[in-house]
Structure formats: C-alpha cells, structure tokens
Ligand binder design. Structure first.
Ligand SMILES: [Zn+2]
Length: 103
C-alpha cells in the first residue's frame, strides 16, 4: 500500500517549492515520485512543428520524489507522518501519527 496517493494534500519539504501545500495529481509508484499540482513547474520550449506551427512554451509539473512530500493532516492542520493501521476487516488504512485520524 502506498503512503501517498492521488488526491492527497501534501506539503513539500524540499526543493524550490519547499513549504508549499498542494494536491497530488498523480503518483508514479514504480518511480517513487508524484506530480503535485503547481509544484516543480518547468518551462519547456517547444519547437515549431506541423501540429504546432508557432512553437511556444509549455509549463508543466515535473514529478517530485515522494520523500520530499509529507501528508497534510486537516485535523492537525500541519504536515504529519502517517502510520499504517490495520482495520478489523483486515484492510489497511493510513492514520495520522499525531491525532490518529484516518486519512
Ligand atoms: Zn492529525
């Protein structure tokens, strides 16, 4: 089970966007990375092609390593570590280490 998943609100703990809080748009589990909304943007210059005769610049989010993200707990109103807790029906869920809230 992944520690972070799509739709989670996370805080960035390193890099140029350190300190920002944003939503995970996509997780690449095999890479251990995630795309986070508005985080780690880069500009990419496009060449002129037949499909795109003007060329131009696109800005897109680059994947950021999961170790640079912390899950944000709404109850604690701060980024927290998560733990896995096993529920009665043997499914696992993530819980905030501080307040024990299931996330
Ligand atoms: Zn909490």
């Amino acid at each position: 089970m992944q520690r972070l998943k799509k739709g989670d609100i996370v805080k960035v703990t390193s890099g140029k966007d350190k300190g920002k809080t944003a939503k995970i748009l996509r997780v690449y589990a095999d890479l251990g990375k995630a795309i986070v909304e508005g985080i780690n943007f880069s500009k990419k210059h496009l060449r002129r092609t037949k499909d795109n005769p003007k060329g131009g610049i696109i800005e897109k989010e680059n994947p950021i390593h999961l170790s640079n993200l912390m899950l944000f707990c709404k109850a604690c109103n701060r980024p927290v570590r998560v733990k896995m807790s096993e529920l009665k029906d043997n499914t696992k869920s993530r819980a905030c280490v501080r307040c024990n809230a299931t996330i």
